[in-house]
Design a protein around this ligand. Sequence first.
Ligand SMILES: [Zn+2]
Length: 222
Amino acid sequence: MRIVAPPTVPGASPAPSSPAAQADTGGPIARIGPNAIIQSVYVLRDRLGAGEADRLLRRATGYDLAHLPHEMVDEREPLALVRTVMDALGEPQATRVLREAGRHTADYLLAHRIPRPAQWIMRAAPRRVGLALLLRAMAANAWTFAGSATFTVVRARAVTTLSFHDCAMCRGIESAGPMCDFYAGTFEHLTRALVTPRAEVVEVECQAHGGRDCRFEVRGIH
Ligand SMILES: [Zn+2]
């Protein structure tokens, strides 16, 4: 099931400078939907004011509030923003910002990208079936959010796990705890909206916290 069209933001301006066509390795660059940047910056603007949000965005990516990306971005750009926000705000506040940005991203997907009939079917189905449909759609659309990471869904009777190997949102960062709250917030809000409001998505292992992968458990379904 295709539930996510190529990301665009109506009214947004083109990027001020196109990312290099080739990565440092010489291979094609991996891309990620622009919401990881857009929604994070909106949360920063609401919490810190437009001036500080703009300053952090420019420092990390070269975009600014008046020229946000409107197409898939080089995966290194949201990662640079995550790193900058972690450095500037400290991990506890930064992960709260990223969590909220994830929730807003889910709202964006529900409003603009996931067709209403698909949403209706997921909500109407028994929870396990609704979750299965949502997970299948996530896996099919991983190209919009995983970048060069490998996204895997494992469904077991007791627990469902989502994982990234070589996670694009924490690659090269060291943190005191799991920090991929952008993904956790997005997945949790989608699951709450489409499967059950009791759902929780918890990152139980994070590469930035010494894990082999970033691994998220989906709880509250069974
Ligand atoms: Zn992680």
